[in-house]
Ligand binder design. Structure first.
Ligand code: IDP
Ligand code: MG
Length: 136
């Protein structure tokens, strides 16, 4: 059974700052993702806090939210067969040190916090995250 679905991807400030937007978009397209919508924005810290609410009890929550709101980001709706899992595979492990060859985080990630991309972790969260950035 086919399962074309959408997921949310974010190119984080460290990658936008290094002008990696086009190279990262090429990696998605080369893996068969369509970029359905995209926009470059900068968010307020309060919005980052809402977006990352699941992590609010973590010790790195404050730094994480400060970081995501520290500069421009590119938010994208990606579409493909099994897009959520396919994107997680292409992103690689959260810590670039543990990421496999060929993944975005292996290629471009600097550290566990500056790991260049965000991707939804489930189909349910993908819908919530797409709405968060693209509703209306
Ligand atoms: P993910 O981005 O691979 O889904 P999550 O566990 O959801 O990873 O964490 C969200 C983000 O929080 C990560 O991408 C990373 O930037 C940051 N983060 C996760 N764990 C740590 C940590 O132990 N120290 C600092 N930052 C972290
Ligand atoms: Mg996550």
């Amino acid at each position: 059974m086919s399962n074309t679905e959408q997921t949310l991807s974010i190119i984080k400030p460290d990658a936008v700052e290094r002008n990696l937007e086009n190279e990262i978009k090429e990696m998605f397209k080369n893996k068969g993702f369509s970029i359905v919508k995209d926009k470059k924005i900068q968010i307020e810290k309060s919005e980052a806090e809402k977006f990352y609410k699941v992590h609010e009890t973590k010790p790195f929550y404050n730094d994480l939210c400060a970081y995501l709101s520290s500069g421009p980001i590119v938010v994208m709706i990606l579409e493909k067969e099994n897009a959520v899992i396919a994107n997680r595979e292409l992103m690689g492990a959260t810590n670039p040190k543990d990421a496999q060859e060929g993944t975005i985080r292996k290629k471009y990630g600097i550290s566990i916090d500056k790991n260049s991309v965000h991707g939804s972790d489930s189909s349910e969260n993908a819908k919530i995250e797409i709405d968060f950035f693209f509703k209306d």
